[in-house]
Design a protein around this ligand. Structure first.
Ligand SMILES: [Cu+2]
Length: 254
């Protein structure tokens, strides 16, 4: 490869990378509503930040080659491009190394933090302040609290959660695979018939669907005709207000 090609291609690479990294830094994300959301946003940005130069390199090489090595008028074949021994090797080592690295960190380390009980988050039934049984169905979500009170889409209303409390959802499904997703918490887990999955969240800010649509439960697994209406508003409030809400549900006052 001639230096006359390397320099403009490298400049193009740097420009595309810079634009990409600016987008990574820009805050284009929904409300950070839980402890977990902080981690997920950080991990998402980290993966994007190291992925952008790799992606930009490929785009820069293609775009520059399309321009610099285009065929002259009357020359149907264009210029012949042959591989260069050292370059593919370095490319494979760098990108392969990056891929292996992110599989371990934050891949495996993140899963360990997320899925094992009694770690930073990932508390079991006994450590959780609130345990909610969530059941997916075509086309409804039902949320049942430990005392037996429940809310669901068909009956309307909303799911209220206490801020700064450890909330554990135990999730299953009565028919097909659904997926419980709460955008503000960045947490999502499949609801699978015959199996109980779980997810734990600690909401860190108060909020409601009325003001911010990321406070909602949304089915994230195409499950049939009314999949798109399998959403349910969430409201995060102080603990006393939550207790009051739960009590009012039981007496049927609300
Ligand atoms: Cu569904």
């Amino acid at each position: 490869m001639h230096i006359k090609h390397l320099i403009p291609a490298a400049v193009l690479w740097v420009i595309i990378t810079a634009v990409g990294e600016l987008l990574v830094i820009a805050n284009l994300y929904p409300t950070v509503g839980s402890l977990e959301a902080d981690d997920f946003d950080w991990i998402f940005r980290f993966l994007l930040a190291i992925g952008v130069p790799v992606f930009a390199f490929v785009i820069a090489a293609i775009v520059y080659s399309m321009y610099a090595f285009r065929s002259a008028k009357g020359d149907e074949m264009g210029s012949t491009i042959r591989g260069n021994g050292w370059f593919p090797r370095i490319w494979l080592i760098v990108t392969g190394g990056l891929a292996a690295f992110v599989m371990v960190f934050p891949g495996l380390t993140g899963l360990q933090k997320l899925q094992s009980d009694r770690t930073a988050y990932g508390w079991g039934d006994t450590e959780a302040d609130v345990v909610i049984h969530a059941t997916g169905a075509q086309f409804n979500w039902t949320f049942t609290f430990a005392d037996g009170t429940e809310v669901n889409i068909i009956k309307g209303k909303e799911l209220v959660l206490p801020v700064h409390q450890k909330v554990r959802f135990n999730i299953d499904s009565v028919d097909v695979v659904h997926s419980l997703w709460i955008p503000a918490f960045r947490m999502k887990i499949d609801a699978i018939p015959g199996r109980t999955t779980y997810m734990t969240v600690e909401p860190t800010v108060k909020g409601s669907y009325a003001e911010d649509q990321s406070f909602r439960v949304q089915c994230a697994e195409l499950c049939g005709l009314d999949h798109s209406v399998m959403n349910f508003p969430i409201r995060v409030v102080e603990k006393p207000e939550f207790d009051q809400w739960l009590a009012s549900l039981k007496t049927g006052a609300k």
